[in-house]
Design a protein around this ligand. Structure first.
Ligand SMILES: [Zn+2]
Length: 332
């Protein structure tokens, strides 16, 4: 049993209060290896931003839970060494069972998401409540994120699309019954790098897909029902066209890539949205640079020589997000 405080981590409670008040969002960046973690910490120290380090169940399996625990502790010490003791959260992304959440809490996570959004409403409430009761009764309070609404649903046709958005009528009841600290909602963001079908988008003259706008009307209704309550957006990569083009220039193929425009995320960050999840953009940045280096230098076989530039690009991307999209720069 390891408490997150022993690792130097914090939960999300104070961070979200500050973010809601200050009109910015805390970045939630996924990681599963050392270079990603270095890039996140370097960018967040440089921009003086708090950060949520996110680990999915798959990433936890990939990296190993013991490694992760010490990597998180290492991240805290690394930030101090770089000159800024920024608040760092270790968060489970899309926990799918009570057991997984419990296990993460017992091995040093300061925050967990229990995702029961695919379940019938009452089952989602019951599962979320069970995790909340366990997390909040720890000696050191662990924060919990729940979810209402299904993100992937926006890929369906228009008629079934609406039923997948978060229903504002449910949010008050869900938060009251479960006791969650934050709520992930579905207002048109989507997981992955191909967030919409081409037929859902409009096209610019040079063939770039422009997705349908986020449903700010739903967000506003939710804010009215839950004034000041922390809201979370998943699937919020913008899928920068320059990375997609670079990947394709050096032999990759990523057809129909489309993300959420950064201006819309900036607008969301100014509202009750106080955590924005970005994963695909980081994958694209790293892959683009690795492809470029390997293609330009076919005789290179030292991993540091191609993962290093990928790490530098990732750091640049995250610093940009903190400063220009989330507004979290200077808030540590
Ligand atoms: Zn997600």
């Amino acid at each position: 049993m390891t408490s997150y405080k022993e690792l130097g981590l914090v939960n999300t409670v104070e961070l979200f209060k500050k973010a809601v008040k200050g009109g910015f969002a805390i970045p939630a960046y996924n990681f599963n290896n050392m270079e990603q973690l270095q890039a996140i910490i370097q960018a967040c120290v440089e921009t003086k931003s708090p950060v949520i380090l996110q680990v999915s169940a798959g990433a936890r399996k990939y990296a190993n839970q013991t490694m992760l625990q010490y990597m998180a502790k290492g991240a805290v010490e690394y930030a101090k060494e770089l000159g800024c003791n920024i608040p760092i959260v270790l968060h489970l992304d899309h926990g799918d069972s009570f057991e997984l959440c419990k296990n993460c809490i017992e091995t040093g996570f300061s925050s967990v998401m229990i995702d029961g959004s695919h379940l019938p409403y009452d089952e989602n409430v019951a599962l979320t409540k069970k995790v909340v009761e366990f997390a909040h009764s720890q000696k050191d309070y662990v924060s919990v994120e729940g979810e209402l609404g299904v993100l992937a649903g926006v890929e369906d046709d228009v008629s079934s699309e609406h039923s997948h958005y978060t229903q504002p009528a449910e949010v008050q009841d869900f938060v009251k019954k479960t006791g969650v600290d934050s709520l992930a909602i579905s207002i048109g963001t989507s997981h992955g790098r191909a967030k919409f079908k081409p037929e859902q988008c409009t096209k610019t003259a040079d063939g770039i897909l422009i997705p349908p706008p986020l449903r700010f009307d739903i967000l506003e209704e939710i804010e009215k029902k839950l004034p000041g309550f922390p809201i979370v957006l998943h699937g919020s990569s913008s899928v920068p066209i320059e990375y997609v083009k670079m990947i394709e220039q050096y032999g990759g193929k990523l057809s129909d890539s489309v993300g959420i425009p950064e201006e819309q995320l900036r607008k969301a960050a100014k509202s009750a949205v106080c955590k924005i999840n970005i994963d695909s953009d980081g994958r694209l940045a790293m892959t683009a640079l690795i492809r470029k280096v390997l293609s330009e230098k076919p005789d290179e076989f030292d991993p540091r020589k191609y993962i290093g530039p990928a790490r530098d690009e990732l750091k640049k991307l995250y610093a940009h997000k903190n400063k220009n999209v989330l507004g979290s720069a200077g808030q540590a």
